[in-house]
Design a protein around this ligand. Sequence first.
Ligand code: CO
Length: 136
Amino acid sequence: MAIEKIDHIGIAVESIEKWIGFYRDVLGLDYTGSEEVPEQKVRVAFLTIGDSKIELLEPTSQDSPIAKFLEKRGGGIHHIAIRVDDIDAAIARHHEAGAKLIDSKPRIGAHNMKIAFIHPKTAGGVLIELCEPFHS
Ligand code: CO
């Protein structure tokens, strides 16, 4: 199992429309589109930064995990996503190490990726997403 790169950094915002101007026009990142992820009740806007991305996450429902995050902490960095070439092996490795996983099996995330979250308690307070593209 190889760790490939930081795939993206997820930033929680109450409104993509409100914040896209800063990231695209002021910071100057390349906006490449947005997508709804019904399973996680979020809308995601993608901005390319080199070989990685910034994803702005906006809740589409009051019971979205992002809505809860915004309520508790306001906006800000929500998670860091690390791309691996074998997510099943990565999950197994975390299990063996006794790390706390939110997802014991991969699920479907944005960009047609298999994803699994590692609990922030295990990672010094950071929510880490493991991800693997379906066709890697
Ligand atoms: Co993500």
